[in-house]
Ligand binder design. Structure first.
Ligand SMILES: CC(C)[C@H](C(=O)O)[C@@H](O)C(=O)O
Ligand code: SF4
Length: 475
């Protein structure tokens, strides 16, 4: 502990969970919540089995399937792909054998691990939260320390409920001012990564601060923290405030009554102290943010939708020029081409970045009374069964279906090519997910990351579109 020295949100949660510091300076941290999915857990359970160890703290652990499952009715009749099938069946066997709490496919609460954690109140402010998944940073939006771990660490947490960690450096990204029309949390985080690059957060935990961040609802905060890993950071966090407490209150696993009030008292002590020093600080003026879209194959290769495809020959050095040439080629682009001239084949609205009810509403607002353009496949994939139910209660499914969108079951879906929802080679997709790597949505697929409203706009016009034109009645 650092006595009266002003501390950051990250330092406070880290210190509160410190079991001991090893001679080499590595910290042993207590882990409050361990989320488990089918991709990164098989060898971890196998390790326990071989060592004849039980899961140390069952009530701190919860498992769900999300990556490998289909998002149509075929999900209930078995998985065709052998690798996917083995992963799902293995998880189901493991949770039975080890008694781990499990949310099965047939349960309305099933969904993407980073959507259901907060939704169920399993992820709470002040917690340490881990999962064998890089986008665990999402949960940091609650004012928690949440990060992805590798499979051997999954085994360590299962066995001991602790984790060995090196303390990260503190970085603060401050965004100030009112968000311009047509812009969302997704545009904020794409703009941040565009500015600091995919290595900008290396070795750091990012705290997002400033009036623009404070004004975001929880869904927006999850979107921002979700992509911290795309900026190279270990985790992303936002200080808990009234927005957080209101979100958490009444959730199934959140503390109740007097316990909730006591928890809030502690949560209120977590925000970074006045005078705490950050190792790195970045500032953004919200007024400069415009609806963003990625054009290349890395999340830092983003541009305002009003932009044009860069000319690789203008790259700073030969390495960058070669990289730009490759991206332009892979993405099937011509330098100087207007981004709004790019025709899309597929639109994907979903993923742990943008599949909450607020995202569904934002996309539906654009879809309402319009039609998906000829030849475009547009799919909407809610992040959980409960998001799906809520959207249906609000009539959003009808809005989407009338407009020609597919309305699917919850899962990771086309965010990554691990289940039947895939792009075919050469297909161009406007996607609300978080990664645009080569082949990410299927071999040869071309991904353009954007917000739900921007993705819906692309669906109805058939090309990348400035959502502000829709608001102006141009489409
Ligand atoms: C499958 C899993 C390990 C992976 C991750 O860690 O992020 C996936 O969720 C992803 O988004 O690429
Ligand atoms: S939705 Fe995408 S990013 Fe999120 S956990 Fe699933 S595969 Fe990973």
């Amino acid at each position: 502990m650092s006595g009266t020295k002003p501390r950051t949100l990250y330092d406070k949660i880290f210190d509160a969970h410190l079991v001991e510091t090893l001679p080499d300076g590595t910290a042993l941290l207590y882990i409050d919540r361990h989320l488990v999915h089918e991709v990164t857990s098989p060898q971890a359970f196998e390790g326990l089995r071989m060592a004849k160890r039980p899961v140390r703290r069952l009530e701190g652990t919860v498992a769900v399937v999300d990556h490998n499952i289909a998002t149509d009715a075929s999900r209930y009749t078995g998985i065709d792909d052998p690798e996917s099938r083995v992963q799902v069946e293995t998880l189901e066997r493991n949770v039975k054998e080890f008694n781990v709490p499990y949310i099965p496919l047939t349960d309305a609460r099933q969904g993407i691990v980073h959507v259901i954690g907060p939704e169920q109140g399993l992820s709470l402010p002040g917690m340490t939260i881990v999962c064998g998944d890089s986008h665990t940073s999402t949960h940091g939006a609650l004012g928690a320390l949440a990060f992805g771990i590798g499979t051997s660490e999954v085994e360590h947490v299962l066995a001991t409920q602790t984790l060995l960690q090196k303390r990260a450096k503190n970085m603060r990204v401050t965004v100030e001012g009112a968000l311009p029309a047509g812009c969302t949390a997704k545009d904020i985080v794409l703009a941040i990564i565009g500015k600091i690059g995919t290595a900008g957060g290396n070795g750091h935990v990012i705290e997002y601060a400033g009036s623009t961040i404070r004004a975001l609802d929880m869904a927006g905060r999850f979107s921002v923290c979700n992509m911290s890993i795309e900026a190279g950071a270990r985790a992303g966090m936002i200080a808990p405030d009234q927005t957080t407490f209101d979100y958490v209150k009444g959730r199934p696993h959140a503390p109740k009554g007097e316990y909730f009030d006591r928890a809030v008292e502690w949560w209120k002590t977590l925000p970074t102290d006045e005078g705490a020093v950050f190792d790195k600080e970045v500032f953004l003026d919200a007024a400069e943010i415009v609806p963003m879209v990625s054009w290349g194959t890395s999340p830092e290769d983003v541009l305002p939708i009003t932009g044009t495809v860069p000319n690789p020959e203008e790259g700073a050095d030969e390495a960058r020029r070669a990289q730009l040439r490759r991206m332009v080629d892979y993405m099937g682009l011509t330098p100087g081409q207007k981004l709004t001239d790019l025709k899309v084949d597929v639109v994907f609205i979903g993923s742990c970045t943008n599949s909450r009810i607020e995202d569904m509403r934002a996309a539906a607002a654009i879809a309402r009374g319009r039609r998906v353009a000829e030849g475009v496949r547009a799919m909407v994939v809610p992040g959980s069964g409960l998001v799906k139910l809520q959207a249906e209660q609000e009539g959003l499914d009808a809005v989407f279906k009338e407009a020609g969108f597919e309305w699917r079951e919850a899962g990771c879906s086309m965010c990554l090519g691990m289940n039947p929802d895939k792009l075919t080679p050469g297909q161009r997709c406007a996607s609300t997910s978080n990664r645009n790597f080569e082949g990410r949505q299927g071999p040869g697929g071309r991904t353009h990351l954007c917000s739900p409203a921007m993705a819906a706009a692309a669906a109805v016009t058939g090309r990348l579109t400035d959502v502000r034109e829709i608001a102006e009645g141009k489409h």
